[in-house]
Design a protein around this ligand. Sequence first.
Ligand SMILES: NC(=O)c1ccc[n+]([C@@H]2O[C@H](COP(=O)([O-])OP(=O)(O)OC[C@H]3O[C@@H](n4cnc5c(N)ncnc54)[C@H](O)[C@@H]3O)[C@@H](O)[C@H]2O)c1
Length: 311
Amino acid sequence: MSSARKGKVSVIGAGFYGSTTALRLAEYDIFESVVLTDIVEGKPEGIALDINQSRPIEAFETTLIGQTTTADGDGYGAIEGSDVVVITAGLPRKPGMSRMDLIEVNAKIVRGVAENVAKHAPDAVVIVVSNPLDEMTALTQLATGFPKNQVLGQAGMLDTARFSNFVAAALHVPVGAVRTLTLGSHGDTMVPVPSRCTVTIDGQQRALTDLLAAGTIDELVTRTRNGGAEIVALLKTGSAYFAPSAAAARMAKAVAEDSGAVMPVCAWVDGEYGISGVYLGVEAELGARGVRKVVETKLTEAELAALRMAA
Ligand SMILES: NC(=O)c1ccc[n+]([C@@H]2O[C@H](COP(=O)([O-])OP(=O)(O)OC[C@H]3O[C@@H](n4cnc5c(N)ncnc54)[C@H](O)[C@@H]3O)[C@@H](O)[C@H]2O)c1
């Protein structure tokens, strides 16, 4: 059990993504409190009560606070003083939909949420997960007026985790032995970076390209790119949330702990890779103010061209 719990993280939207993120954050047992909000009356309060009742069993002390909010901003007082706010409010995809099909309805929701976050938690680092991800991250920065480093989005952590999971399964190795990387957008223009992927076997780090045939890597890349849609098709209603919430929670933790961890995230790019003026999936060092810096990695010509295309 952690001895010094501090800080407050708020999660906006108590759907599948938001509630699992709140649970993961609480189970880290490093925060004083985790606030969960939603516009559906009673939903965040009910989930908070449920999670709090799991504390004696799972042995964590972080307190969950549930708060119903209105579009006018009633209830947003609960997020005051947050170090991090995770925005999960918005509709998920249905089978056959692309993330872009959500843009109109989710832009309205995310804009309203972002304005309330700016009013009540002006110092918070904001992590956006609502889809379409890159666009909603950019919109959140505009609507909050926050410095660009203070707003980032979650996609790369998830895409990378999906890629690593598929590689581990294909090679029958532990996931912990696999390092993969994906950059670019969350969707069709995702840029997997096989040249940076490694697998540790018998203590030796090997290049993925030496272990799997190019065709097999391509198949895994395609499955990764369609990773969200594959789960949407299986679930029939709703989209993935276990792996996505793990990704967002890790990012929030890195910010809260000012850890300097380098993660693939959706960050404002200003000259890196010769690209400027856009939110894009890149590796970035995270700290208490959000993105400390974008970390450039060596890419092949083809990977760089794909990243520019995504931008
Ligand atoms: N970035 C990623 O990698 C990734 C992965 C999975 C899902 N997502 C996205 O995350 C979002 C949430 O997914 P989900 O599975 O939790 O959906 P969900 O339908 O289970 O939950 C969405 C919640 O948002 C709430 N909400 C709507 N408007 C709100 C508002 N103005 N203020 C507060 N809450 C509001 C709804 O009442 C609902 O409880 C979707 O847009 C989905 O596409 C992103």
